[in-house]
Design a protein around this ligand. Structure first.
Ligand code: ATP
Ligand code: MG
Length: 244
């Protein structure tokens, strides 16, 4: 396997806080990799640094060997790197379908696809909603969805851009067990279709269930990585959580 994403020596400081203190790891193409760590260990900051929402003070972020840390979020998205946010972002007053259509109209990837397939924007949007099991809610304002359904909608809007790598920030956070299961199944299914995942999540059962590899952060650095069953027994990991 080869690295789809490589993070090398990334540092990011906010005033007196070193949120990322020389963070390095790789995400293998085709994998579901999880990024775990205590609150404040730098996981969201790392996502921001990888997706262009924050520029690293030092270090490199490479997508298939190409340095992307100076690119804008739009440019990075266009290269096939999609993300969701810890605080879900949907347009609450627009319908579920309209939320996906807005994403379509902003995605040059989706526009290219449309010319190729000849499918209308609306049909394509409905297909994606069906795929994430919320097509029955197409006409409903996005603001009235449950938290888990909003997370599925956010994933749907990102699938419009046909990402190669999808970064999910706490996809199961605040979501009920049934919906958590559904989101896990969807991740596995999309992975089988060729999408690589980097998932930040505190729900350990969820992480251990879906991940091929787990990367553990503490205080802005990677302190352990490996297969889930090895990482969960690593004394350094237990200490990082107990110490937090
Ligand atoms: N924009 C910012 N300005 C100042 N400090 C920040 C900023 N963003 C993050 N931090 C700080 O950087 C550190 C890492 O935060 P980050 O949100 O990346 O952690 P996290 O691992 O995602 O935590 P959680 O699991 O709670 O979501 C924290 O100390 C946080 O307070
Ligand atoms: Mg976070």
């Amino acid at each position: 396997m080869s690295a789809l994403l490589e993070v090398r020596g990334v540092r990011k400081r906010f005033g007196g806080v070193e949120a990322l203190a020389g963070c390095s790891f790789r995400v293998e193409e085709g994998s579901i990799t999880s990024l775990i760590g205590p609150n404040g260990s730098g996981k969201t900051t790392l996502f921001n640094a990888v997706t262009g929402f924050a520029t690293p003070d030092e270090g490199d972020v490479e997508l298939r060997g190409e340095k992307i840390q100076q690119l804008s979020p739009d440019r990075i998205y266009a290269k096939g790197l999609g993300r969701t946010f810890q605080q879900v972002r949907v347009f609450p007053r627009l319908s579920v379908l309209e939320n996906v259509l807005v994403a379509t109209s902003h995605s040059s990837v989706a526009q290219g696809l449309r010319t190729r397939t000849g499918a209308s924007e609306r049909e394509r949007a409905m297909e994606i909603l069906e795929y994430v099991n919320i097509a029955r809610l197409a006409g409903v304002p996005a603001g009235s969805l449950s938290f888990g359904q909003k997370k599925l909608l956010e994933i749907a809007t990102i699938l419009v851009g046909e990402p190669k790598l999808l970064l999910l920030d706490e996809p199961a956070g605040g979501v009920n067990p049934t919906m958590t299961q559904q989101i896990g199944d969807k991740i596995r299914e999309l992975n089988a279709r060729g999408i690589t995942f980097l998932v930040v999540e505190h729900n350990m059962e969820f992480v251990m269930g879906i991940s091929h590899r787990v990367v553990v952060m503490a205080r802005g650095k990677v302190i352990a990585e490996g297969p889930p069953d090895v990482v969960r027994r690593d004394p350094a990991v237990l200490e990082a959580y107990l110490g937090a």
